[in-house]
Design a protein around this ligand. Structure first.
Ligand code: MN
Length: 315
């Protein structure tokens, strides 16, 4: 018997999924169904973090199915456009559309496709705009999910990636979702802050991105915290694991420990200190007997806007 071809269209965000990636898939799937597109299925590219679990529970949305391989699948890609951040075999997928708010990466297609990229606070903000254009009303749940994505990615609208349009949109969504923006935003960020209590390996790799040029590869993890005490109590353990992972396959490896309420980041790094130090021009804290180091970066919260452009110089 012939195997039936999978006609479904999966909407999927990046690996190490965050709230924006997951909610973008759900909200865009809902939008497309409203536009009478059939067979659209929101998916996820990995385990959910605790913040996203909190969000889905809060708004009564079920966990999207997990996609482990892109081969032969019809995909709409949200919240990324780099092969290294996609599920395996993305080159063998049929990519139908991309919506993103990151730098233009290296995902290639055979045919021309709709590709919307805008420097906004969250991919889900770009998607929410489409509801307005097509006059599709937000249900309370969809507003709640879109709001969660925006508040998560912009750290309660405080990240420098936040645009004026995002602020207006977030206030509108909060109204429809019937939540207090500040109060709900804090609850959401707090829900994500238990990651620091997990194993050092999980702390580094849960919200993790790699960037590559040829065989040169760097990686940057980020862990949200409220107050630095727990992280700094474990700094030796964290740096040791970072050094171990870096030496295995990375030119340089970083972990941003970011205070999501007060702002500010402790950047743990492992790699060529002579190359990394000039990028930040800040004092490096060393731990005796360990390579790498720790740099305090006041007011830095955004990997994409405040860290990544600097680190890409290493490639
Ligand atoms: Mn995003």
């Amino acid at each position: 018997m012939m195997k039936k071809k999978d006609k479904s269209i999966y909407i999927i965000g990046h690996i190490s999924p965050d709230t924006d990636s997951v909610c973008s898939a759900i909200v865009y799937a809902h939008f497309l169904r409203e536009r009478h597109k059939k067979h659209v299925i929101p998916a996820r590219a990995g385990e959910l973090n605790s913040e996203t679990k909190f969000v889905l529970k809060k708004w009564g949305e079920k966990v999207p199915i997990r996609l482990k391989d892109a081969t032969g699948k019809n995909l709409i890609i949200v919240d990324h456009n780099e092969i290294d951040q996609s599920i395996p075999h993305i080159r063998d997928a049929n990519i139908l559309e991309i919506i993103d708010h990151h730098r233009i990466g290296d995902v290639e297609t055979i045919h021309p496709i709709p590709f919307e990229n805008e420097p906004r606070g969250a991919t889900c903000a770009i998607i929410a705009d489409r509801y307005s254009w097509f006059r599709i009303p937000f249900s309370r749940k969809i507003a709640g999910l879109a709001l969660s994505a925006i508040l998560s990615d912009t750290l309660l609208l405080k990240s420098p990636t936040t645009t004026p349009k995002d602020r207006v949109l977030a206030r509108k969504l909060a109204k429809v979702a019937r939540v207090n923006l500040e109060k709900y935003g804090k609850e959401l960020l707090e829900a994500g802050c238990d990651l620091i209590n997990h194993s050092v390996n999980k702390v580094i790799l849960t919200d993790f991105k790699t960037y590559r040029k040829g065989s040169r590869k760097i990686g940057v993890g980020q862990v949200p915290v409220i107050g630095f005490k727990k992280a700094m109590d474990r700094k030796e353990e964290l740096l040791k694991e970072l050094v171990r992972l870096q030496k295995r396959s990375y030119l340089a490896l970083f972990l941003m420990v970011t205070d999501v309420l007060a702002g500010g980041t402790y950047l743990f790094f492992s790699g060529d200190e002579g190359e990394i130090k000039p990028l930040f021009k800040k004092k490096i804290e060393k731990i005796p007997g360990l390579d790498g180091g720790i740099i305090y970066l006041p007011r830095v919260v955004s990997r994409k806007k405040q860290i990544q452009p600097n680190l890409l110089k290493l490639l």
